[in-house]
Design a protein around this ligand. Structure first.
Ligand code: PFF
Ligand code: NA
Length: 446
């Protein structure tokens, strides 16, 4: 069935590295901990884990499956697969909303990537050493209060993303992912070790894993679901696009399990690194997007070798953010390139500049433009809410419904290597549990 319309990944490992590059990023280290803090801890974490296992994993497989059949970009793939299976052309919306979602996310993702760059430099210049919680907090507030500086870093970050995508060297990054992801994991481990010395590790553990169900509301469940999509790069056609480069020999279920476990371990590791510091310093759990930037520098500022470790950490975080941002820009560039006379470089510049401009509105919401714009949300919150809580789950829902209900069932089960009980389990998960899960959370939170 392999049509070899375009190049394939050299191996299962190359595919895992590329997918991991997209999945592991700011979502794990920056966003997950602050969402946990804002949502009250373990109840959120457990719902998130359930969403990952029963909704995220099947949708990841569904996106790869559709992509591997289509061997094209997500929009054309959805159009063609709908036609081949006698379905409405409306399914193309799944592909289109994916590209739009990627564009919107990239805009604010780059702003936070800029923060990470700024903290990389801050570690080298020794800004953090010997500071107490107030000093570190003041440094962060100083950055937020300086839109010009944030714009500078946002621009540098976006230029790096544009440069890499324009030169089409995305695949050259696989080797780097292979060494830098484990290094990031080791640094997280060191931070978790530091957390154990604070005397507040048990408190953090309980906070993360001992649920207080009274903290759970419809909106935190929706937040957990949305974050499951965000962290696995789902609902944006990105995994569909990656699947189109996938050979027939790769087991989708096994590979999905590997990727999901890696992504989850990194997120939980970040939580275990950050919350002991929060408790030890009496910091505000709900300090929002600034959480890692007011906790981790404290740890680096007071541990042996903290300057170099801090530098390494923020450098690796920036790298992880870059590989995710690249996967966000890539589909937008392909879209522009296909539908305009612009070449690769021109398309990368136009798509990147668009996301950059929108990012400025996002970064201003941390200072001069913090007033609500719509529905009580500022631009940053609006972009985040619109994508994570609405576009990603609905687009992902479209992908799983299509894969489970519109594709020929037998061929799907053969492709996944399923028979007997495995077959039943997949049908149950893909046809009922995952789609109904999204719908129930959605309706329940409204
Ligand atoms: N999954 C990335 C993260 O957790 O940081 C963010 C992301 C990348 C989201 C690519 C969506 C995407 F398509
Ligand atoms: Na992630």
């Amino acid at each position: 069935m392999s049509k070899q319309l375009h190049a394939h990944w050299s191996s299962r490992l190359a595919f895992i590295l590329a997918v991991t590059g997209s999945a592991v990023g700011l979502g794990n280290i920056w966003k997950f901990p602050y969402m946990v803090g804002e949502s009250g801890g373990a109840a959120f974490v457990l719902i998130y884990l359930i969403c990952i296992a029963f909704i995220g994993l099947p949708i990841l497989v569904a996106e790869w499956l559709i992509g591997r059949r289509g061997q094209k970009n997500p929009i054309n793939t959805m159009a063609e697969q709908a036609r081949l299976n006698g379905r409405s052309g409306l399914w193309t919306v799944v592909g289109i909303s994916g590209v739009l979602g990627a564009f919107l996310i990239l805009s604010f993702y780059s702003v936070i990537g800029g923060w990470s760059l700024s903290y990389t430099l801050g570690s080298v210049t020794g800004n953090f050493s010997g500071q107490d919680a107030d000093g570190i907090g003041a440094l962060f507030e100083g950055m937020l209060g300086n839109p010009g500086m944030m714009l500078g870093w946002h621009s540098v970050f976006m230029l790096l993303v544009i440069g890499i995508v324009a030169r089409g060297v995305t695949k050259g990054l696989e080797g780097a992912v292979r060494t830098m992801m484990p290094a990031l994991a080791v640094l997280l481990l060191i931070l978790v070790g530091y957390g154990m010395t604070t005397g507040h590790f048990g408190e953090a553990l309980a906070y993360l894993f001992n649920p207080d169900w009274s903290k759970l509301t419809g909106s935190t469940v929706l937040a957990a679901l949305g974050h499951a999509f965000f962290t696995l790069s789902l609902g944006m056609g990105i995994m569909m696009a990656y699947g189109s480069y996938l050979g027939e020999d790769v087991s989708l279920l096994r590979t999905a399990r590997t990727v999901v476990i890696m992504d989850t371990v990194i997120a939980l590791g970040a939580g275990l690194a950050i919350f002991p510091i929060v408790f030890a310093n009496g910091l505000d759990l709900a300090s929002g997007p600034g959480l890692i930037f007011v906790t981790l520098p404290l740890a680096f500022g007071s541990m042996a070798g903290g300057t170099i470790l801090g530098l390494m950490f923020f450098l690796l975080l920036t790298f992880a953010a870059l590989t995710s941002a690249i996967s966000l820009l890539e589909p937008v560039v392909e879209f522009v390139e296909e539908r305009s006379p612009l070449g690769r470089v021109g398309s990368a510049l136009v798509a990147g500049a668009g996301a950059w401009a929108l990012g400025i509105a996002a970064l201003l919401s941390f200072n001069v433009w913090s007033d609500p714009l719509l529905f009580g949300l500022n631009t940053f919150d609006l972009l985040d809410t619109l994508t994570s809580k609405f576009m990603l789950p609905l687009t992902g829902l479209g992908a799983i419904v299509f894969a489970a209900w519109c594709l020929d069932r037998d061929s799907v089960h053969r492709e996944l290597g399923l028979s007997g009980a495995g077959s039943t389990m997949w049908s149950l998960a893909a046809r009922y549990i995952a789609p109904l899960g999204v719908i129930v959370v959605f309706v329940g939170s409204l």
